[in-house]
Design a binder for this molecule. Structure first.
Ligand code: NAP
Length: 293
């Protein structure tokens, strides 16, 4: 069985590493801020002092950190994965980052004889905890087959889209789609409340019809209650929309709803709400409609 190193024990990573351990892998973890590996150590994971040290003792390194420069720092910074990993190793990046930078990272690692998969995920913190993530894969087919048992311990739907960077491009599409759905659910909930309807009854009735969605079922109550515990941070979704809008710019694609969502999210971050769940897109809709937001 491959030995796994896991870098980034945030909202997603700590559950994903836990599921790898539960699946029977030998797991070594590293997190930038020390002291966040508690439960994982109790379940039998080891902790490394740096990404380089971690990479030196495992076969496959999985990363799940915030943004493109953060993946770059973990891989190629001082004491990074690249300075510890041996030829024949592999990096599987589950962060959501730029497809263009992803191709460059894959090429740099290939120069060291190290394989690469971009494997961004969707399914939220619930999916990470339950091991039911949807995983969008870019990279060589042989690398995917090698890493498939690792991905299968963290997710349910694993789809290969093509060479390095293509998993990240699909993730950008995912973030574009959810922008519109979050905004539409927020508008629907505010309209229901202002019309004096029982929002819970509205959600129950609409959920079985064409308006049904994961976001309607799982996030509308937060919008109604105007309280947004995590989830998925608004600041991270805004980062993802930056990636999607840049890809669209490169390809000459127009994304008006995504542009609107990005502007509203920039306003939320400026108001200090960036660490809330992104269902707080309801805040500006509520506020513009004369409600607390
Ligand atoms: P998070 O809770 O904010 O955790 C971020 C993790 O990245 C932390 O472990 C953090 O370490 C680490 N990190 C950030 N910058 C770093 C750097 N420069 N060097 C080393 N480590 C660094 O984020 P998350 O929700 O787990 O998201 C992680 C990735 O998954 C992101 O790319 C996100 O877009 C993606 N994602 C998230 C969700 C979701 O629902 N949350 C869903 C799908 C995909 P510290 O503890 O030291 O800060």
């Amino acid at each position: 069985m491959e030995r796994i190193g896991f870098c980034g024990l945030g909202t997603m990573g700590r559950h994903m590493a836990g599921n790898l351990r539960r699946a029977g892998f030998e797991v070594t973890v590293w997190n930038r801020t020390p002291g966040r590996a508690g439960d994982l150590l109790a379940s039998g994971c080891r902790e490394a002092a740096s990404p380089a040290e971690l990479a030196g003792g495992v076969d496959i390194v999985v990363t799940c950190v915030s943004d493109t420069p953060d993946v770059e720092a973990v891989l190629f910074g001082p004491d990074g994965v690249a300075s510890g990993i041996a030829a024949g190793g592999m990096v599987v990046d589950c962060s959501t980052i730029s497809p263009e930078a992803t191709r460059a990272f894959a090429a740099r690692l290939a120069g060291l004889g190290v394989g690469w998969l971009d494997a961004p995920v969707s399914g939220g913190s619930e999916g990470a905890k339950n091991g039911t993530l949807t995983i969008m894969v870019g990279g060589a087919g042989a690398d995917l087959e090698r890493a498939r048992p690792v991905l299968a311990a963290m997710g349910k739907t694993i789809t290969h889209f093509g060479p390095a960077g293509s998993g990240q491009a699909v993730k950008a599409v995912n973030q574009v789609v959810i922008s519109g759905v979050y905004l539409a659910v927020a508008e629907g909930m505010v309209l229901a409340m202002k019309a004096g309807l029982d929002p819970e009854a509205v959600v129950a009735a609409l959920g079985g019809g064409v308006a049904g969605s994961w976001i309607l079922a799982n996030r509308s109550a937060k919008m109604v209650g105007n309280a947004y515990p995590l989830g998925f941070k608004t600041s991270l979704h805004l980062k993802d929309l930056g990636i999607a809008l840049e890809l669209a710019r490169q390809l000459g694609v127009v994304l008006p709803v995504t542009g609107l969502a990005a502007q509203l999210e920039a306003g939320l971050v400026a108001r200090g709400y960036g660490d809330e769940d992104m269902s707080n897109l309801a805040r500006p809709i509520r506020q513009l409609s004369g409600m607390e937001g």
